[in-house]
Design a protein around this ligand. Structure first.
Ligand code: ATP
Length: 327
């Protein structure tokens, strides 16, 4: 087993609420294990730029409740090249870093997987930190629960104004490749329809459904649209519907980046804390090249190669429930 004395932690890819709680747990459990802990700023970019900061127990005080990431995050093109990764490796070695905890999504783990194949002397363990909830090997990713709650909060407000004006709202939520946020938030707000990339959207069918609602004196309609839906997003589908069915005053609301921000929910703080703690435990046990997740309340280690190959599947039962209850 490798002798690990100094570990680094970084956040990478899109920021997600709960990343700070994960950093805090990594730092404090690292120290509890007798390790030195270093933070790398801006993900892989910080490795290449040698942007390292020593972290102590007090460095992570008062952050568990804060959104974003104190270590900052970035998307780093240079790390895609072998030369960029070589620079990163040299800086890690010159700083005596033996192991890394990488907090991010599938892109981050792809980078970690490639890096570990080239430089196996540095162990990497991953923590799923992304609002998308699109990773296998964990029931939830850190940030998803908060993002869903943010959408719910916004849509509840839109519903009040929609009901007062007989309005039809198309609300676009994040999810370029995944309908997870749309499906979970759509069910929780009682959306009349949920349009997601995983299923084909039939516009005529949607219009018939809206007509039925109108005939039953429905005072408002909320359609949740994942940004990656095959119709092209909320603005496009709203235009197509308006041309054929104009009984409601139709409006579009694109929620955008508010879905990334905000204080993490209780679930995200707990998940992040548990996974941060367990990532250090995993390194102490000699594990590497794995993502640490939580499935059915059990810690699960998923090799990076698997975590980046498959994408978490939508629960089709939830799709069915949403369709039946929306009628
Ligand atoms: P999110 O799910 O929030 O988008 P992510 O981790 O998937 O998070 P990406 O931007 O896809 O976010 O990836 C983060 C970083 O990982 C990239 O900016 C890049 O530095 C590194 N990375 C991704 N893919 C590769 C790759 N094939 N080779 C090397 N590095 C990579």
């Amino acid at each position: 087993m490798k002798d690990i004395r100094k570990i680094a932690v970084f956040t990478s890819g899109g920021d997600a609420p709960g990343m700070n709680a994960a950093i805090r747990a990594v730092v404090r459990n690292g120290i509890a294990n007798g390790l030195s802990v270093v933070g790398i700023k801006k993900g892989y970019q910080g490795m290449i730029d040698k942007d390292f900061v020593d972290l102590y127990s007090t460095s992570v005080s008062n952050i568990i409740q804060r959104g974003g990431t104190i270590l900052k995050t970035a998307r780093c093109e240079e790390f895609h090249d072998a030369e960029g990764r070589r620079k990163a490796y040299e800086h890690l070695v010159s700083n005596h870093i033996d192991a890394i905890v990488a907090i991010g999504g599938d892109g981050t783990f792809t980078g970690a997987h490639i890096f570990m194949q080239e430089y196996p002397d540095i162990s990497i363990v991953g923590i799923p930190g992304t609002i998308d909830n699109d990773l296998v090997g964990t029931d939830y990713t850190i940030g998803f629960d908060t993002a869903v709650n943010t959408v719910i909060d916004a849509v509840d407000k839109l519903r009040d104004t929609a009901a007062s004006h007989d309005r039809l709202f198309f609300v676009e939520v994040m999810g370029r490749d995944s309908g997870m946020i749309a499906l979970h938030s759509g069910i929780a707000v009682g959306a009349e329809a949920i349009l997601i990339p995983e299923t084909v959207t039939y516009v005529d069918q949607l219009i018939r459904q809206l007509e039925r609602g109108w005939l039953r004196n429905k005072s408002s309609c909320i359609i949740i649209v994942a940004e990656g839906d095959d119709t092209g997003g909320a603005t496009q589908i709203a235009e197509r519907v308006k041309m054929k069915f104009s009984n409601y005053d139709t409006r579009v609301s694109v929620l955008g980046h508010i879905q990334r921000g905000g204080n993490p929910s209780a679930n995200d703080r707990l998940l992040a804390t548990r996974l941060g703690y367990e990532a250090v435990e995993a390194l102490a046990k000699g594990k590497e090249g794995v993502m640490v997740g939580l499935e059915h309340e059990k810690i699960k280690y998923t090799p990076f190669a698997l975590a980046i190959k498959d994408k978490a599947k939508l629960n089709l039962n939830l799709v069915k429930i949403a369709e039946i209850l929306a009628m």
